[in-house]
Design a protein around this ligand. Structure first.
Ligand code: SF4
Ligand code: SF4
Length: 372
């Protein structure tokens, strides 16, 4: 398994912080082959190749990211000509005014309504295409300053659910907590008026606030009164505001972020370190039980299964599938010995770990609730 520096994977600002927290390389998620998207339907897709596939043009960019104030400022301050197209997409969001808040560029109510009610459209509906996705070349226009969700999402993970646990349940939760705390901290550091602070704190837009949709916002027009309340004394100077936020956050080291952000961030930081240890270690639970899964398709010698994610099915030889029931909570070493003796099949430790990574086998502690 190859590894890569966090600087190759994460936006530079986040990579700098995570280098301090984790202090090591991360395994490369090489199965998410974005240049030639791994979620495209194979050319021979037919009834035997059932599964979930994405539109090859828009891929997984059917999303409207929340770009927090300091990220918007960083994008607006970017002088690299290669970033110009992405900067324009942010300028267009600012100019439309919907979801433009001192906390950042929020999902619009229209998008939140669509996205929240059409989970099966992810990766498929062009109506959900991210405004920062540059179709010419199929790339992200704000790659160097993309937010936590876009920075930590992979359709497939080399180590299955163990990878998912690190990226999504660890790092994503951590960066999301940091983003909202730092966005609010910027408002305090800039000493905004009580009116502006109250409007920002009352807003749930960063979570995708479909409930606050009004006639105007559904038609993608800003609500003038709400906009004036939100921006108060900074109205008309929104870009300057975002750039000031970027200046404030850009100089922070991880120890500063940790000091500024609350216990939620610190708890997520610890969970991320634990998930990182699992991802970079090779431990498997001492006792395993068969996990649950969904059959996607049957081949003559193999079976295609969905386990931890419908985006990452696994092809399992039938002979291995037949042995799963042998894992019944006894110590793993004893089960492997019994399989070798009774079935004449030697199962290598790497295969056991892979089955555990992909939830074909799960930790027996907790797998049999009735035994407690
Ligand atoms: S992460 Fe997105 S772009 Fe990359 S391979 Fe997966 S679906 Fe395709
Ligand atoms: S911000 Fe970039 S990575 Fe995220 S959805 Fe948009 S184009 Fe894709």
């Amino acid at each position: 398994m190859t590894a890569e520096s966090l600087h190759e994977t994460l936006p530079p600002l986040y990579a700098k912080w995570m280098d301090d927290l984790l202090g090591g390389l991360v395994p490369r998620e090489s199965r998410a082959t974005c240049g030639s998207c791994a979620m495209r339907a194979p050319p021979d897709a037919d009834k035997n190749n059932r599964g979930t596939f994405f539109d090859p043009v828009i891929k997984c960019c059917t999303y409207l990211p929340t770009l927090y104030n300091f990220l918007v400022g960083r994008i607006l301050s970017e002088t690299d000509p290669a970033a110009a197209a992405g900067r324009e997409t942010v300028g267009a969001r600012l100019a439309r005014g919907v979801g433009v808040s001192p906390l950042g560029l929020m999902p619009t109510p229209t998008f939140s309504l669509l996205y929240g009610n059409s989970k099966q459209s992810f990766g498929k509906a062009r109506a959900l295409k991210c405004p920062h996705y540059i179709e010419d070349g199929g790339r992200c226009g704000v790659w160097a300053n993309r937010e936590s969700t876009c920075s930590t999402w992979f359709c497939k993970h080399v180590r299955g659910n163990t990878g998912y646990g690190f990226w999504r349940e660890g790092l994503h939760q951590l960066l999301q907590a940091v983003e909202i705390d730092l966005a609010r901290w910027c408002l305090l550091e800039l000493n905004v008026s009580p009116q502006m602070l109250a409007a920002a704190m009352a807003s749930k837009a960063w979570k995708g606030d479909a409930e606050s949709a009004t006639g105007a916002t559904l038609d993608n027009h800003p609500d003038p009164a709400a906009y004036a309340r939100a921006w108060a004394e900074w109205r008309g100077r929104e870009q300057e505001f975002y750039i000031r936020c970027a200046e404030l956050v850009g100089g922070l080291a991880w120890k500063d972020v940790r000091a500024i952000c609350g216990p939620e961030t610190r708890a997520h930081a610890r969970a991320t370190q634990d998930a990182y240890r699992k991802l970079t270690g090779d431990e498997v639970p001492a006792a395993l039980a068969a996990g649950s899964f969904q059959v996607v398709s049957l081949g003559r010698d193999t079976v295609r299964l969905n386990t931890y994610s419908e985006y990452d099915p696994i092809e399992v030889p039938r002979v291995v599938l037949d042995l799963l029931a042998q894992f019944d909570g006894r110590p793993t070493a004893a089960v492997l010995k019994a399989i070798a003796k009774e079935e004449g099949v030697e199962i290598a430790p790497d295969l056991v770990r892979k089955m555990a990574d992909f939830d074909l086998l799960v930790d027996a502690a907790g797998a049999f609730p009735g035994d407690a």
